[in-house]
Design a protein around this ligand. Structure first.
Ligand code: DON
Length: 308
């Protein structure tokens, strides 16, 4: 079903777009620095297959941290609850996404799977004999969630992050020293940077959000893509840690499970209702899309989307 342009969404996009000038595109991954800070687009995918959108929704974006929710779902399915949460915690940190601080002051186990340290441990848990095997397993799952077998990854972004990921390297070496990661660091970073570089457009993000919103079932054919418990755990992390050290404010102002990425993507899952995909690469100082957050705030107020 083609995605319909929506005049109402377009008005919200125009209002929120004014805030793009308050943000900056991420450039610590040099390739991401090439994005146009003025971009803003949104797609909403409903369980009956309908889709509405505004802005240039054909633009592809890399998932970055949005991928952390999906890798978590995969390892929960592959390894089970106990194995996963023996290695990564469940608590918000109140720290920036790439902080190393709490690893040393708390037990070395990362506090949650949405910060980089926790996500690296989650990626470490993806099963398979080689990086290629493990990446293909993750990619297959992403393609199934998005119902799009053409999804791949952006080699330039993956390489750009791999070559500049010294902070993530440091996190990995620290975690390896404490036996939380047991594989070599370079192949793990290769896998992680490919995971973060998986690319799709807003429609794909909205469709994946919709599957989480519908507790892991594809409502069009009734197929269960993940157990409802896994979808529930992922949505809970999206609420408590999805916006890092802005998660509390996000819960108050918007109040839906959502996950951001430094590419400017946001994936939202409005429980039982629909999925949202947003792309707005100008970021605030906490690494979240500045206009994307504004757009979600406008939508949440207008349609009373908050769960609380
Ligand atoms: O590991 C990193 O730094 C990036 N690949 C992902 C970080 C990210 O998207 C944080 N989100 N707002």
């Amino acid at each position: 079903m083609p995605c319909q342009k929506s005049d109402e969404l377009q008005r919200f996009v125009e209002e929120a777009k004014r805030y793009t000038k308050d943000g900056k595109v991420a450039d610590y991954i040099p390739e991401l620095g090439k994005a146009n800070p003025g971009d803003l687009s949104i797609a909403i995918n409903y369980p009956d297959g309908r889709c509405i959108s505004a802005g240039d929704i054909d633009k592809k974006i890399t998932l970055q941290s949005i991928s952390k929710v999906i890798s978590l779902a995969l390892v929960l399915m592959e390894r089970g609850y106990r194995y996963v949460f023996e290695r990564v915690g469940m608590e918000p940190t109140g720290d920036p996404f790439n902080s190393i601080a709490k690893l040393e002051t708390m037990p070395a186990k990362p506090l949650n799977p949405m910060i980089n340290a926790g996500a690296l441990v989650v990626t470490h848990m993806i099963k398979g004999d080689t990086v290629e095997d493990r990446f293909n397993r993750l990619l297959g799952f992403i393609r199934e969630l998005a119902d799009d077998s053409s999804i791949g990854y952006c080699e330039n972004v993956a390489r750009s992050e791999f070559e500049s990921a010294d902070l993530n390297r440091a996190l990995c070496y620290f975690l390896k020293q404490h036996n939380i990661i047991t594989e070599d660091v370079e192949p793990l970073l290769d896998l992680y940077t490919k995971q973060c570089a998986v690319e799709m457009n807003c429609l794909g993000l909205a469709r994946i959000g919709m599957i989480f919103a519908m507790d892991g079932v594809d409502p069009l054919n009734g197929k269960r893509i993940m157990p409802d418990d896994v979808a529930r755990i992922c949505k809970t992390f999206m609420v408590t840690c999805g916006m890092y050290n802005a998660s509390g404010e996000f819960a108050i102002k918007i109040g839906i499970p959502a996950k951001s990425g430094v590419s400017g993507g946001i994936m939202g899952a409005v429980p039982g209702k629909f999925g949202i995909g947003i792309f707005g690469p100008a970021l605030d100082e906490k690494g979240n899309s500045v206009a994307g957050l504004k757009l979600l705030e406008l939508l949440s107020k207008r349609y009373r989307l908050s769960m609380f």
